[in-house]
Design a protein around this ligand. Structure first.
Ligand SMILES: [Zn+2]
Length: 207
């Protein structure tokens, strides 16, 4: 058996993957690649419970009604070298700092979902939002100013319907830092005060 045979094609593939790998989306998957993972179907209650029991991030699939999409703010400006939001003209990633390349406008959609009566707010990032709305963020920003009626119609055409969604659920990091800035563990009895962060990994209309 040959380990790491010097095949040209594998070097090309490796180079391609390394280039992809430098930019990851909100779910940790290299941008442009889809996760080939089947997520467990969970209720929102059991997803929350698993996070409270110590799982860092729980991915699950479910069905949800999209009740509302916030159309006031749909984009943020990211560092040109990573996906993080710029703080003024500085990247919060110390490796980048003021070396931000060409900053890019990216989607950040706030969707209000109803999961069998349980309302949550979930975020949707760049490529998933582009596929969902059927337009890149630059087109939507142009519409917002040039044709507000058409702009709002894009959103209203999406709400009030059922979707198959895959979500990631984790604790809001800020929720476990107390007033003195000390990080602490959230106990189960504090469940009601815990903030969860939901991110949509995929969303498609129920056929
Ligand atoms: Zn950066």
């Amino acid at each position: 058996m040959a380990l790491n045979p010097p095949l040209d094609i594998s070097n090309v593939l490796k180079g391609w993957y390394l280039a992809k790998e430098t930019q990851r989306d909100a779910t940790g998957v290299p941008v442009g690649l889809s996760p080939l993972v089947e997520y467990d179907e969970l209720s929102i209650a059991s997803a929350r419970e698993r996070v409270l029991k110590g799982e860092k991030e729980v991915y699950f699939s479910t069905r949800a009604m999209i009740e509302y999409i916030n159309s006031k703010k749909i984009c943020y400006v990211s560092c040109g070298k990573c996906l993080r939001a710029l703080d003024g003209s500085t990247c919060p990633d110390e490796k980048h700092g003021s070396d931000i390349g060409s900053p890019t406008e990216r989607y950040i959609l706030e969707m209000h979902l109803n999961l069998e009566g349980d309302g949550i707010v979930a975020m949707v990032f760049d490529e998933i939002a582009t596929a969902f709305l059927g337009k890149p963020s630059s087109d939507m920003m142009r519409l917002k100013y040039d044709d507000p009626v058409e702009y709002n119609a894009v959103f209203s055409g999406k709400v009030g319907k059922m979707y198959n969604v895959c979500l990631s659920c984790k604790l809001d990091d800020r929720a476990v830092v107390d007033r003195n800035g000390w990080t602490r563990t959230v106990s189960e009895s504090e469940e009601t005060q815990v903030e969860f962060v939901f991110t949509i990994v995929s969303v498609s209309p129920v056929a």
